[in-house]
Design a protein around this ligand. Sequence first.
Ligand SMILES: [Zn+2]
Length: 170
Amino acid sequence: MSDIKGKYKKIIEDLENNIKDPEDLIYIKEKVIELTTIFMDIIDRLTVLTDARIKEIEERQEEINSKIESVQSMVDEIEGDIYEDEDSYEFEIVCPYCNYEFTTDIADEEKDEIKCPKCNNIIELDWNQEESACDGNCSHCYGEVAEDEQEYTSKDEDDDKDDKNEDEDM
Ligand SMILES: [Zn+2]
């Protein structure tokens, strides 16, 4: 600012040194002051406008921040609901006895059996068993094995019936 003042002072000095007529000098000096006042006024108005805009931006920023905060707290709540117990997770089970499909929260992976909520049979859970090691009790292959067993059983029954019938006939 002091540099601007120095420059202004030098312009006035130049005018005083170069304009010989005192009336002209007064007139020109007045016009220079008038011009300066106009520019100062423009600068003031711009400054006020700029300040107002900065304030507006700051207020909007605060609004956005509080909105982000509320969203963040909502996300935290949802995360809290999802990961309430980090050791438990939803597990889908198809009952091999009645084919009833249900989901269960199994917190303890060591748990090796669960009761079917529909038929109340105990379903054994083999957590670490490989597919090839399955002995036919898993829900995936139980149906097939059961069908095969049924076929054999019905055949045997038929044979028994025939035998019985023969016995009766004799
Ligand atoms: Zn069942």
